[in-house]
Write a protein of this length. Structure first.
Lengths: 286, 304, 576
C-alpha cells in the first residue's frame, strides 16, 4: 500500500517484529559474505561472527582463475532468459485455458497435470527419453523436460480464476475470441502473477544443477552451478595428502561459491518487487 | 453416439482453448507421462541389460522388503512426524509475514525486510547446517553462550533425538519463509485498494481490515497452497537430513529418504528405491485427494 | 641405476626423433606398431585395422620406443608405445574428478596430456567432483551413453562389480589382460591379494580394484597426539590403555595448551564418526584394530558382538561421561577445533594428516607438535599391532560399449601398472615437477615445493594431474619421497612392516551379494546406533547381551558366514 497513513500506536510492534526479522535473516547472508572475504585461517577457526576478519580474495581468485567461469556464466544467463521466457509463456497460456470455467477438458487436464507433481516415472526413463530424442548434450535438454511446473501452473490458473469474468464476457459479446480475451484482458491484468512466475522460473533455471549434471556432459554448454560445484572438493579424501591449503580452500570455497552464484540473481529481485508494491489491478479494472 | 456428438460440439466450441492448451498437454504427455512406465521398476527386479520392460517381475517383493525391515515402524513414524511438524510451522509463517509486510507503512523498511527475508533461500543446506552447528556448538557457540546466561547447561543439541525435529524445521523456516511469502505478497498486491479505502471511511480499524478484506481476498491462494503442500508433505529429501543427523539421533531423524540413501550407498538397488518412492507417492496422492475433497466441500476452492 | 641408462638412451633417441620431426612421420609411428599385435587388431573395428601399418616389422625392444615424450621414458614392461597412432582411438572415461580444488580432468592437466602423447590414445574425460554416483548409475542403469571405461558405483561397497557384470555392462578382462597387459599380469603376480580381490566368484575378472596395497604398507591410520601437551604436563607418551586414560584426564583437567584456560581442551576427538573409537580395541585383548579379524585357528570373527568388546565400550562410556571424548560425534567441528588449538588426540586419521593438522594448529600456537601414537596395549607386555588400511579403493571396468577393448586395456596397463605410467602418476613430468640431481636422486621442482596456490606438495602434484583418482595404484615410495625428512616419514617408517593385513574385501557371489545387501544396511545401522548409545550412555551396558542377540536375529551370523566363504576363496587364490 503506497498511500501515506498516519502513524498509530499499533505500528510499534510491527516495526519491532520487522526489524527483528531483518536481523535474523540478514545474519546468515552477512556471515556468508564475511566468510568468503576473510583470511582463510579465520574461516577454519570459525571465529568470524559478523564482519570479515583479515582479508583475502583467494577463494574468488580460484573461481575466476580461468575462462570457464565466464563461459559458464554466459550459459546460465542464456538458460535463465530463454528458459524463463518459454516457461512463463507456456505456463500462462496453459493456465489460461484451464482457468476457463466452460472449457470441457478443464477438470480432467487439471487433474492429470497436477498429478505429475506427486508421481513420476523416475530419472532413468527420463534420461532414456532425453537420449532417444537426441536432446542429450544440447541446450534444450535442461529446459524442455522441465518447461512447465505443475505447481506454478496451478497458482497461475487460480490467479486467472480470480479475475472478473464480466470483462471477458464483454469481449465475447463484441465478437472477440478466447485468444483476444487472453491477450487483451487477462495478460495485462496479470503483472503480479507474471512477475512471480518470472522469479520462480528464473531462479529455478539459475540454480538448476541436477538436470545439467545428468543431461549435459559437454563442458561448453554447462551452466555456472556445475562449474562452481566442480571446484569444490566434495568427495571425501581418504587417501593421503589433503594439505592444509586444500582444507582451507575447501572450507572457504563453500561461501565464495554462494556469493558468486547468487549475486546476479539477487539483483533481479528489486525489479520484480516493483510489481508487488502497487495494486496493479486498480485502474485496469475500471 | 450422443457422446461423440457432444465431443464434436465441445471441440467446435472450445477449439481455441484447445489450441492454446495444446503445447502444455504435449509437454506433460511426453515428459511427464512418457517416462511413467518407470513405475513398473518397483514391481520388477531391474536388470540393466533387459531394460524396464524386459526385466523379470518381482511382484511385491520390494514392498515386502521395506515393510519387513526392522526399522519400518520407526521410518513411518519419523517421516510423518517430521512432515507434520514441518507443515505446521512452515506453512503459516510465510502468510503471517506477508500480512505483516502489508501492515508496514514505511516503504523503505518494507522493501528491505522483504529482500532480506528472501535471501537465505539461496544459501546451500551445507552452509546453513554449518552455521547452525557452529552457533549451537557445546563449547563456545554463540547461542550456547546466550542460553548459558539464562542458566541452560551447554549441550550438543545435535546429539539429542528430541531436538532434531525442532532444529530441522526451525532452520527450514528460517531459510524459506521469506521466499515462500512471495506468492502471498503477490496475491495481496492484487487486492483492490478501493475496498480498503471504503472500509476506512466506514471506520474499520487495522484488525478489521485484515480479517474482513485481506484474509478473505487471499484465502483461495492459501487453500490452494495448503492442499498442494499437504500432497507434498512426505517428500522430504535426504540431503539436509544427512547433514544433520548422526547415530545418536537416528531414532527420530531417520526417514524413508535417508534410509534409501544409506541402502543405495551399499548397493545399486534401483527397484527397491523406486518401490519406496512409489509407496510415498501413493500416500501423497491419497492425502492430496482427501485435502482437495475437504477444501472443495468446505470452501468451494480446489485444485480440481 | 637402470633408469638413468634408459633415460640417457632415450634422450638420444628423442633428439633424433625431434630432428626428424617424428610426430608427423608415418615411418616413426610405424616402428612402434608391432606385428605381434596385428592379429589382435583384426578384432577391432575395420577403421583401425586399415590404418595400422604392417610393413614395419621392427621389433625393437622397449628400451627405445619412438614415442613422443617429455622427459624420461621408464620401463614399459613389454607394453609397446604408442598404443595407437595419435588420435586414432578415442576412449571415454567416467568417474571421479581430481581431488584438487580448482582443477578438473575435463580441462586437461599436464600429466593427462603427457599420457596422451606417449600412448597416442585420446581420452575424453567425463569426470565429476560431486554426485558422481548419481550420474554414473543413471548412465549404467539405462545403458545409454555408456562410457568406455568407468569407475564403478556404488563406491562404498563392491557389489557394483557383481551388479554390472551379471547383466553385460562390464566385459570380462581375463583374456584381454593375458594378451595385452603384461604389466597388469606382473602386478597380479606381485600382489596375489589384488588378483584375489579383482576376481569375481565365477573366476572371471570384470573390474580392476584401485590398489592401495603398496602405499598402505607405509601409511597407517591411527591416533595422533599433541607431544607438546605431554611435555607441558610432564607426562610420557601413553602405551597402555590405563596410561591413555591418565593422559586424557590430565588433558582435561590441566591447561595442557598453556593458554591460561584449563577448560578449553578436548582430550580426544574422532574424525569420521565416534564409532572409529574401536581403534582402541587393542587395549582390550585384541591383537589388532580391525572389526573383522581371523584368529589363529583361521576362524572369522566380528569383534563388535564379542565379550571383550563390551569392556572397551565400558571404558569409552566412562571416558565420554567424564567429558574426555568430544561430543562432536560426526567430527564436523574437528578441523575447527584443531585450528583453535583445542584437540589433544585425534582418532582415525592417516599419518600424513598430522602435518596438515600441525599447520592448522600452528596458526594459533607455533609450538604445536602432533605425533603418531604407538599402538595402545592392554598392559606393558602387549604385542598388538595396527591393522593396515584397506588394500583397495573403488573398482574400474571396461564396458560393453567400448569398441576397442584391447586399446583400452593397454592404456589401463600403462597408467595403472607400468613403471613409466607410475612415474608420471606419482612424480609428474620430468622437468616440470621433478629433476634428477647429480646423485641420480629425484628432486621436486619449485612448482611442487614452493607453489603459491597449492602449498602442500600433494596438492601441487595433483594440480598438474599426478596422484590421479582413476585406476589408482599409489606408490608408497613416492609418498615417502614427498614427506622426506618430516615426522610423517618417521611415523610411516615405524609402521612399515609392523602392521597386520586387513581382512580381505572379496567380491561376492550373486547370492552373497543379495543376502548382504538385504541384511547389512539395517544391521550396520543398528550396530552403529548401539555403539553410539553405549558410549554416550543413552543405553545401559547391561543390555549388551540383548544387543548381541538382536544383532544375531537381524542376520549377524549370516554376514559372518558370507565373510567366511569369501575368506576361503581369498585363501585359495592367494595360496596360503
Amino acid at each position: 500500500m503506497g498511500r501515506k497513513e498516519r502513524f498509530v500506536l499499533s505500528d510499534i510492534p510491527i516495526y519491532i517484529i520487522t526489524v527483528f526479522i531483518i536481523i535474523i535473516t540478514l545474519y546468515p547472508v552477512i556471515y556468508v559474505v564475511s566468510m568468503s572475504f576473510s583470511d582463510p585461517v579465520h574461516v577454519l577457526a570459525r571465529d568470524i561472527y559478523f564482519l570479515p576478519k583479515g582479508f583475502s580474495l583467494k577463494a574468488y581468485q580460484m573461481i575466476f582463475k580461468n575462462d570457464t567461469v565466464l563461459r559458464s556464466f554466459g550459459n546460465t544467463i542464456w538458460y535463465t532468459i530463454v528458459g524463463a521466457s518459454v516457461s512463463v509463456l507456456l505456463t500462462a497460456t496453459t493456465a489460461f485455458s484451464l482457468s476457463r470455467k466452460k472449457f470441457f477438458l478443464r477438470k480432467q487436464l487439471s487433474f492429470l497435470m497436477t498429478l505429475t507433481m506427486f508421481v513420476s516415472g523416475g530419472l532413468i526413463p527420463l534420461y532414456i527419453l532425453v537420449q532417444k530424442m537426441h536432446l542429450y548434450n544440447t541446450r534444450w535438454s535442461i529446459i524442455l523436460p522441465y518447461i512447465i511446473s505443475a505447481y506454478n501452473l496451478i497458482i497461475t490458473r487460480s490467479f486467472f480464476e480470480s479475475l472478473p469474468e464480466e470483462m471477458a464476457e464483454a469481449v465475447k459479446i463484441d465478437g472477440g475470441s478466447e485468444w483476444t480475451v487472453m491477450i487483451k484482458i487477462f495478460f495485462p491484468l496479470s503483472k503480479p502473477i507474471i512477475s512471480v512466475l518470472i522469479l520462480f522460473y528464473g531462479v529455478g533455471y539459475w540454480n538448476s544443477y541436477f538436470a545439467p549434471l545428468i543431461f549435459l556432459s559437454n563442458e561448453k554448454l554447462q551452466p555456472i552451478q556445475l562449474y562452481l560445484r566442480s571446484i569444490l572438493i566434495t568427495s571425501e579424501v581418504r587417501v593421503a595428502g589433503m594439505g592444509m591449503d586444500a582444507i582451507l580452500m575447501n572450507e572457504q570455497m563453500k561461501y565464495a561459491v554462494i556469493v558468486v552464484a547468487c549475486f546476479p540473481i539477487m539483483i533481479l529481485y528489486p525489479f520484480i518487487q516493483k510489481y508487488f508494491e502497487k495494486g496493479v489491478l486498480i485502474g485496469a479494472v475500471k | 453416439m450422443r457422446a461423440i456428438w457432444d465431443l464434436k460440439k465441445n471441440i467446435r466450441r472450445d477449439w481455441m482453448l484447445l489450441l492454446i492448451v495444446l503445447p502444455g498437454v504435449v509437454y506433460f504427455a511426453v515428459f511427464c507421462y512418457g517416462p511413467m512406465y518407470g513405475i513398473l521398476m518397483a514391481f520388477k527386479d531391474y536388470n540393466v541389460s533387459k531394460g524396464i520392460w524386459g526385466s523379470p517381475w518381482a511382484g511385491l517383493k520390494h514392498f515386502k522388503e521395506l515393510v519387513n525391515s526392522v526399522y519400518f515402524g520407526r521410518l513411518v513414524k519419523n517421516t510423518f512426524l517430521l512432515s507434520i511438524e514441518q507443515l505446521f510451522w512452515s506453512f503459516p509463517i510465510p502468510i503471517a509475514f506477508a500480512l505483516l509486510l502489508n501492515e508496514l507503512k514505511h516503504n523503505k523498511l518494507k522493501r528491505v525486510a522483504q529482500t532480506a527475508a528472501y535471501l537465505p533461500h539461496f544459501i546451500s543446506a551445507v552452509v546453513v547446517v554449518g552455521i547452525l552447528k557452529d552457533l549451537l556448538s557445546s563449547d563456545g557457540g554463540v547461542l550456547t553462550r546466550l542460553l548459558q546466561t539464562f542458566g541452560v547447561q551447554p549441550k550438543n543439541y545435535f546429539n539429542l533425538p528430541e531436538a532434531f525435529r525442532t532444529l530441522y524445521v526451525g532452520s527450514g523456516v528460517w531459510q524459506e519463509f521469506g521466499w515462500n511469502s512471495i506468492i502471498y505478497v503477490a496475491a495481496i498486491s492484487s487486492i483492490d485498494q478501493e475496498m480498503y479505502e471504503s472500509a476506512s471511511l466506514d471506520g474499520a480499524g487495522r484488525w478489521k481490515k485484515l480479517v474482513y478484506i485481506t484474509l478473505p481476498s487471499i484465502a483461495p491462494t492459501i487453500i490452494l497452497l495448503l492442499v498442494m503442500n499437504m500432497g507434498n508433505m512426505l517428500n522430504i529429501g535426504y540431503e539436509k537430513v544427512i547433514l544433520m543427523y548422526n547415530p545418536a539421533t537416528y531414532s527420530t531423524a531417520d526417514i524413508f529418504s535417508t534410509y534409501v540413501y544409506r541402502k543405495g550407498l551399499l548397493s545399486a538397488q534401483y527397484s527397491f528405491a523406486s518401490a519406496v518412492g512409489l509407496a510415498n507417492s501413493i500416500i501423497n496422492v491419497l492425502i492430496l485427494l482427501g485435502a482437495n475433497f475437504v477444501a472443495r466441500k468446505a470452501t468451494d476452492t480446489s485444485i480440481f | 641405476m637402470q633408469k638413468k641408462i634408459i633415460a640417457a638412451l632415450l634422450s638420444a633417441a628423442m633428439l633424433i626423433s625431434v630432428l626428424t620431426g617424428c610426430q608427423n612421420s608415418g615411418k616413426q609411428e610405424g616402428e612402434s606398431s608391432q606385428t605381434s599385435e596385428n592379429k589382435e587388431t583384426e578384432e577391432t573395428n575395420e577403421e583401425k585395422k586399415s590404418e595400422v601399418p604392417s610393413e614395419e616389422t621392427d621389433t625393437a625392444d622397449a628400451d627405445a620406443p619412438s614415442i613422443d615424450a617429455t622427459g624420461t621414458v621408464y620401463d614399459l614392461g613389454g607394453l609397446k608405445l604408442p598404443i595407437c597412432e595419435p588420435g586414432e582411438v578415442e576412449l571415454t572415461y567416467m568417474g571421479n574428478d581430481t581431488w584438487c580444488a580448482g582443477v578438473s580432468y575435463n580441462d586437461g592437466t599436464a600429466v593427462q596430456q603427457e599420457i596422451e602423447k606417449r600412448t597416442g590414445v585420446h581420452v575424453n574425460w567425463d569426470t565429476y567432483s560431486s554426485d558422481v554416483e548419481t550420474v554414473l548409475q543413471t548412465r549404467l542403469a539405462s545403458m545409454e551413453g555408456l562410457p568406455d571405461m568407468v569407475e564403478l558405483p556404488p563406491f562404498d561397497s563392491n557389489v557394483g562389480v557383481d551388479t554390472y557384470s551379471g547383466n553385460g555392462v562390464l566385459i570380462p578382462l581375463n583374456d584381454l589382460i593375458e594378451q595385452h597387459a603384461p604389466n597388469i599380469q606382473k602386478l597380479f603376480e606381485k600382489y596375489p591379494a589384488l588378483k584375489a580381490m579383482c576376481t569375481s566368484a565365477d573366476g572371471n575378472i570384470y573390474a580392476l580394484a584401485g590398489w592401495w596395497g603398496d602405499i598402505n604398507d607405509y601409511v597407517p591410520d591411527y591416533l595422533y597426539i599433541r607431544q607438546d601437551w605431554l611435555d607441558n604436563l610432564g607426562i610420557e607418551m601413553p602405551r597402555t590403555i590405563d596410561e591413555l586414560y591418565d593422559v586424557l584426564v590430565a588433558f582435561k583437567e590441566q591447561d595442557a595448551n598453556g593458554n591460561g584456560d584449563p577448560n578449553d581442551e578436548i582430550p580426544l576427538a574422532t574424525k569420521n564418526g565416534i564409532w572409529q573409537l574401536y581403534y582402541l580395541m587393542t587395549g582390550f585383548g585384541y591383537d589388532t584394530n580391525s572389526l573383522w579379524y581371523v584368529d589363529e585357528a583361521g576362524e572369522v570373527h566380528y569383534a563388535a558382538v564379542e565379550e571383550q568388546y563390551r569392556e572397551m565400550l565400558e571404558f569409552l562410556n566412562k571416558c565420554y561421561s567424564e567429558g574426555l571424548i568430544s561430543d562432536d560425534l560426526e567430527g564436523n567441528l574437528l578441523t575447527q577445533n584443531i585450528t583453535e588449538d583445542k584437540v589433544g588426540i585425534v582418532c582415525h586419521d592417516p599419518a600424513d594428516n598430522m602435518a596438515s593438522s600441525d599447520d592448522l594448529a600452528m596458526t594459533g600456537n607455533p609450538n604445536c607438535d602432533y605425533e603418531f601414537m604407538p599402538v595402545i596395549q592392554t598392559d606393558e607386555n602387549g604385542t598388538a599391532q595396527m591393522t593396515k588400511r584397506s588394500l583397495t579403493w573403488h573398482y574400474y571396468g571396461i564396458t560393453s560399449a567400448c569398441e576397442t577393448p584391447e586399446v583400452a586395456i593397454k592404456w589401463i596397463d600403462y597408467v595403472y601398472a607400468s613403471e613409466d605410467g607410475s612415474m608420471l602418476y606419482n612424480y609428474g613430468i620430468e622437468g616440470l615437477t621433478y629433476e634428477y640431481d647429480d646423485k641420480g636422486e629425484i628432486q621436486f621442482t619449485d612448482l611442487v615445493t614452493n607453489n603459491e596456490t597449492y602449498t602442500s606438495a600433494f596438492s601441487a602434484l595433483r594440480s598438474v594431474g599426478a596422484w590421479p583418482t582413476y585406476f589408482i595404484n599409489d606408490s608408497g615410495e613416492a609418498f615417502m619421497k614427498i614427506f622426506e625428512g618430516t615426522k610423517v616419514e618417521t611415523a610411516c617408517k615405524a609402521a612399515y612392516n609392523n602392521m597386520r593385513d586387513p581382512f580381505p574385501e572379496m567380491l561376492g557371489t550373486a547370492e552373497e551379494s543379495e543376502v548382504y545387501t538385504s541384511i547389512w544396511p539395517d544391521l550396520s545401522t543398528y550396530l552403529n546406533e548401539m555403539f553410539t548409545a553405549f558410549v554416550i550412555g543413552t543405553e545401559s551396558l547391561d543390555n549388551f547381551y540383548k544387543y548381541v542377540e538382536t544383532a544375531n536375529s537381524m542376520g549377524m551370523q549370516d554376514i559372518i558366514e558370507i565373510k567366511k566363504a569369501q575368506y576361503g576363496r581369498y585363501q585359495e587364490i592367494v595360496g596360503k
